[in-house]
Design a protein around this ligand. Structure first.
Ligand code: SF4
Ligand code: ZN
Ligand code: ZN
Length: 304
């Protein structure tokens, strides 16, 4: 059987829409969908420098390849930034993959480590936490947020692009709902055009399974070794639950995503009313001190 768009053999069937595509048309469809998301949510302005956060996983390397292709014929530039959390064994393999891939694409890249920025590697920070109830990923994610902001400022970028896909968005939404953290749903709205430092997720409307196929069919050399902390939180269980729902009811992830868009807009509008500025670092937050400053302060107090 041939591709719906050309004479080549089918390589991928998009179950939720019934489209059957060859490898080339599939890759083009991912490029076009990413470009459409970027323009729909005004993610990038003319002449901007975009910091592409690259971890060495399939999503971020696929994003780097696509953003690099887009930058060649659009009016924006990219540089890659990589955060080294200080996870022995895991991060070193990723750093080599990122370095080789950036060289292959001819993209500048720079590494920023937790140790340099916070005087703590992730493993040291985990030893300092008050209770195991605070998951490794919640500490790591908070520190990464600050590290990426620092990295973007350092290279002179106003925009940080991350490889989060549609599945990541759904999982984060369910985690926020299960933990009663409804105000965070407002931060999930993809339109961040009102912020000074914008975090954008150009893959937020693409299924994870499609990014996996894109990486595979484009020979992207991603890191296969998972982070040793990956299965500590609830995310893996939610991921499996959503995948099993999608298997039985194709398109259900797209439906949930559309609901998140509507809900996040309402919560964002209500957050806007309580918006303040962190007394320590000046970033926007809903209290007097932002969550990143709170966490770093607590960890450092435990150190002394
Ligand atoms: S899985 Fe968790 S601990 Fe590991 S790098 Fe990701 S956020 Fe950090
Ligand atoms: Zn085709
Ligand atoms: Zn702060």
């Amino acid at each position: 059987m041939n591709c719906d768009r050309c004479e080549n053999p089918i390589a991928y069937t998009r179950k939720y829409s019934g489209e059957k595509l060859c490898s080339n048309c599939f890759s083009n469809s991912i490029l076009r969908k990413t470009a459409k998301t970027i323009s729909k949510y005004k993610m990038i302005q003319n002449d901007e420098l975009v910091a592409v956060a690259v971890s060495g996983g399939k999503d971020s390397l696929a994003l780097l390849k696509i953003m690099n292709q887009m930058a060649a014929n659009h009016n924006f530039r990219i540089k890659a930034i990589t955060i080294d959390e200080g996870i022995p064994g895991y991060r070193n393999e990723a750093l080599d993959i990122v370095e080789d891939f950036c060289k292959e694409l001819n993209v500048d890249f720079k590494v920023y480590s937790y140790k340099d920025l916070f005087e703590l590697s992730l493993d040291e920070a985990l030893d300092l936490r008050e209770s195991e109830k605070t998951s490794s990923c919640s500490i790591c994610g908070t520190l990464r947020r600050r590290a990426m902001e620092h990295a973007a400022k350092d290279i002179g970028a106003n925009v940080i692009a991350t490889g989060h896909n549609l599945d990541d968005t759904l999982q984060t939404f369910v985690i926020n709902m299960l933990s009663g953290d409804t105000s965070k749903v407002g931060w999930m709205n993809p339109d961040t055009s009102g912020n000074t430092l914008r975090k954008i997720k150009p893959f937020c409307e693409i299924y994870e399974s499609e990014i996996v196929f894109y990486a595979f069919t484009n020979d992207i050399p991603f890191q296969s070794e998972p982070c040793p902390h990956m299965n500590e939180g609830i995310r893996t269980e939610i991921r499996e639950f959503l995948n099993s729902l999608e298997n039985q009811h194709s398109g259900i992830k797209n439906n949930l995503y559309q609901s998140i868009l509507k809900v996040s807009q309402v919560v964002k509008d209500s957050n806007q009313k309580q918006k303040g500025v962190c007394q320590k670092c000046g970033s926007e937050c809903t209290g007097t001190t932002c969550s990143v400053c709170n966490m770093v302060l607590k960890l450092k107090e435990n150190k002394t």
